[in-house]
Design a protein around this ligand. Structure first.
Ligand SMILES: O=C(O)C1CCN(c2ccc(-c3cc(CO)ccc3Cl)cn2)CC1
Length: 323
């Protein structure tokens, strides 16, 4: 499908929290966290929420591309940590940047959110009904974790990244995708639960709203199932793993990425990582990584890129792009 990524951008909140700082508020250490996860630091908001991060990304995308806000046909924000259910975060962004002709909606596919959102944005453009779209992955996971739970709170961070997409007649764009959910395993990654308490339900025991994950089973799921989905996407694209120049994988855990590289028979150099600095920023992670690589020149036109998302749902998504 002839689609062009016209610009990329990211926005990371300023406040850095190192593993060492975390060890002053909970019983943990860099020696415990880093070897298991590849994480040294994470960034957290202090006075911003998800829509603020996404709005910064939107403004940077418009600045970099020279597009004006009212050229946008739509804005999609992929997030599992919206400011509110209503207004949805994409609508807040649309209002903030005065994208007067755009419709906006949020999408939640947890850590596969960047790939699922890229799929939705690509489909809207390939339908021929729209020409220019903005897609942002944005998270403030720091409001969803229990900062007294050292097993989970050390894994996550806040951040956002995004792309501008447009129809093009250049032979670039989405080559193939494979998206798959595994709802029966959904309870392995839980957060943001609302109890179904109402005037007619009688007493419902309150649910804790915090992040819980069965790390071992998610780890096993990711290493087992992602390669299968990747191979399906490669088959659809008529490509081999060697043909992909870079694999931009969700930045959940360094060891998982290492095992994926081994599984695909690929050099670790093809799997750039930045979780050391940002932790797991769910739908933001691949978008942030993409913008950093574009900025450093490691990602440029002519390359074949695979975006790989996996996590809450549970869900997996792979998209292969010709840049
Ligand atoms: O070694 C240990 O104690 C543990 C072993 C397990 N670990 C894990 C396991 C799973 C995840 C994870 C999380 C999400 C949710 O965004 C999505 C995708 C993944 Cl693969 C992150 N870390 C951490 C250290």
């Amino acid at each position: 499908e002839n689609l062009k990524i016209a610009a990329t951008a990211r926005y990371i909140p300023e406040r850095v929290v190192s593993n060492n700082e975390l060890s002053t508020i909970m019983d943990t250490s860099d020696e415990w966290i880093y070897p298991r996860t590849g994480i040294h630091n994470r960034h957290v908001v202090t006075d911003e929420n998800t829509s603020d991060l996404a709005t910064h990304v939107a403004q940077r995308l418009l600045e970099k591309s020279g597009w004006s806000a009212d050229e946008l046909d739509f804005i999609i924000v992929s997030t599992m940590s919206p400011d509110s259910l209503s207004p949805h975060t994409a609508a807040i962004v649309q209002g903030n940047i005065k994208a007067s002709k755009a419709f906006a909606f949020d999408l939640n596919a947890a850590c596969s959110g960047f790939v699922y959102g890229l799929s939705a944005a690509s489909a809207l453009l390939s339908s021929g009904r729209y020409r220019k779209g903005m897609f942002i992955g944005a998270e403030v996971l720091s409001k969803l974790v229990d900062w007294k739970d050292r097993t989970v709170s050390v894994l996550f961070g806040d951040g956002a990244g995004g792309v501008l997409l447009e129809q093009t007649n250049e032979s670039v764009g989405l080559i193939a995708e494979e998206l798959q959910s595994y709802g029966e395993m959904g309870n392995a990654i839980l957060t943001g639960r609302f109890a179904n308490q109402n005037a007619f339900s009688g007493e419902i025991s309150p649910l804790d709203p915090y992040f819980h994950q069965d790390g071992r089973s998610v780890y096993g799921f990711a290493t087992r199932e992602v390669p299968k989905i990747m191979n399906k996407a490669l088959d659809k694209a008529g490509l081999a793993a060697d043909d992909i120049d870079l694999y931009l994988a969700h930045q959940a855990n360094e060891r998982i990425i290492r095992s994926m590289a081994k599984n695909f028979g690929q050099d670790l150099a093809k799997f750039p990582t930045n979780m050391a600095e940002y932790g797991n920023t769910s739908a933001g992670s691949t978008a942030i990584l993409l913008d950093e690589l574009v900025e450093s020149g490691q990602v440029h036109p002519g390359m074949k890129i695979a975006f790989v998302g996996f996590g809450g749902g549970l869900a997996i998504g792979v998209q292969i792009w010709q840049l």
